[in-house]
Design a protein around this ligand. Structure first.
Ligand code: SAH
Length: 446
């Protein structure tokens, strides 16, 4: 048995893991609140010290009992063991630690506590057989490939759980085992849901086998029991991968997308497109971004990493900007953006299916100038290629929306070395109860 040591948690690091110092080295673990004392066993990994909490010996006054029975094993949430108020404080502290070099970091703006559960409009469930041979669904345990059965999730919109019940029962009734990655047998592997504010739901059945003869019967059953389902898509994915969706799709019912209203604009959302998982907070951050940046009629704006064009269209609506271009690598999202813009009557917007860096480098070559660039990249942040092009073009205003304050800090270090000054840094709790935070940052060229 490994030896236990007594330590005290001194705070959370950039990944929202708990950290402590032991023998002059920094270790990380999960689940401890700042100030808590615990007995831990040390696990030495690749160059980084990790530890496992064996027993908490001094409990923080901010600790509460999690509302979810699988909280410890699932790993989807990281803040159900503390009050929402304290979660916001901890998120503010992490952002301050990473971003204070660039200016004043405001307090993290949260949701009303009552709304901070059941907000996720995108739900993903993986299927498996349990020991009794019944179909179960849930998420893989954080560090293994063991499925944690989840019948109700604290942060997902509840409609998904109801539909999953129907799917599980159908598979049991028809003796359809879920797809097994190891022996490549079985049918359904995952189910992906997109749920609009008005309840309209997209169901994407991800199948590991090429043939799924019961697909129409299952679709009928889902539609009969859940009239909120407006479209059902069959996606084929038999690869050994952590990606949920494969390339091939077959439409089983409806138009292949749902519409959701965000900032008063109706957006097309298909299974493969990115859409912010928390609509209420997305509305807040996009509206603030337009207002606080002061963009207006005279601006020529580029929305880089634009997804289905949510920020571009919100900016066009609220600022009245003359011209607006969106650039995005995922062709499905670009198709959604074009459709939504057409339906909403925007004729000053164009959406381009290209790498953001390549597009901006080519724009410089063509002597184009944008007065404002909005960037909302994936967790990895923007590319050097893209940032070098920004520094060369020198737009007067930059709006950086980031879902990872660590890569935001890296990119701000570069931008502030190129005569950009940070005017506004505001964290938003876009992902309550989980180890993620969204940050809006507004920069002006000096
Ligand atoms: N602004 C959108 C999407 C943000 S998510 C919204 O708020 O809804 C980031 C987006 O960047 C994704 O849609 C992803 O497909 C896209 N993306 C990733 N790498 C890219 C690249 N190199 N060039 C352009 N877009 C990229």
């Amino acid at each position: 048995m490994s030896k236990n040591y007594t330590i005290r948690c001194r705070g959370l690091n950039e990944n929202f893991n708990s950290v402590f110092t032991f023998n002059n080295a920094v270790f990380e673990t999960s689940g401890l609140l700042p100030g808590e004392k615990a007995e831990v066993s040390l696990l030495y990994g690749k160059g980084k010290g990790r530890a496992k909490v064996e027993k908490i010996t001094e409990i923080s006054e901010n600790r509460i009992t999690p509302v979810c029975p699988v909280y410890e094993s699932c790993g989807g949430c990281s803040f159900l063991h503390t009050s929402y108020e304290n979660e916001l404080r901890l998120k503010t502290d992490v952002c301050k630690g990473l971003l204070s070099d660039f200016g004043e970091v405001k307090e993290c703006l949260g949701m009303n506590e009552a709304d901070s559960l059941h907000y996720r409009n995108k739900v993903h469930a993986t299927l498996s057989l349990n020991k009794k041979g019944r179909v179960t669904s849930g998420l893989y345990e954080e560090t293994t490939h063991n499925l944690i059965p989840i019948n109700e999730c604290a942060i997902e919109r509840p409609a998904a759980a109801e539909i999953m019940k129907t799917i599980r029962r159908f598979m049991d009734d028809y003796h359809l085992p879920p797809y097994n990655e190891d022996n490549r047998r079985g049918t359904l592997r995952h189910v992906l849901f997109r749920i609009a504010k008005n309840g309209d739901t997209l169901v994407c059945l991800v199948c590991g086998s090429k043939i799924f003869p019961e697909k129409h019967k299952l679709t009928d059953e889902i539609r009969k029991k859940h009239p909120c389902v407006k479209t059902v898509i069959l996606n084929f994915n038999n690869k050994k991968t952590s990606f949920v969706l494969g390339d091939k799709e077959e439409l089983l019912f409806g138009p292949g997308y749902i519409c959701d209203e965000l900032c008063g604009i109706k957006f097309h959302i298909s299974a493969k497109s990115f859409y912010q998982i928390n609509t209420e907070m997305a509305e807040k951050i996009y509206t603030d971004a337009v207002k606080l940046s002061g963009i207006g009629k005279e601006d020529n704006i580029l929305d880089a990493y634009c997804g289905i064009g949510t920020i571009a269209m919100t900016a066009a609506k609220l600022s009245g900007a003359k011209e607006l271009t969106g650039v995005e690598l995922n062709p499905a999202a670009v198709r959604d953006a074009r459709e939504s813009a057409k339906n909403a009557g925007f004729n000053n917007l164009r959406f381009i299916d290209e790498d953001a860096g390549d597009f901006l480098q080519a724009a410089i070559g063509a002597d184009l100038h944008y007065s404002c660039i909005i960037m909302d990249p994936p967790r990895s942040g923007t590319s050097d290629h893209f940032l070098n092009a920004v520094a060369k073009m020198k737009p007067e205003k930059l709006i950086y929306i980031s879902c990872n304050p660590a890569t935001l800090a890296r990119d701000l270090r570069f931008l502030t070395s190129k005569k950009y000054k940070t005017e506004h840094i505001q964290p938003y709790d876009m992902f309550p109860r989980t180890a993620n935070v969204e940050v809006l940052c507004i920069l002006k060229h000096q």
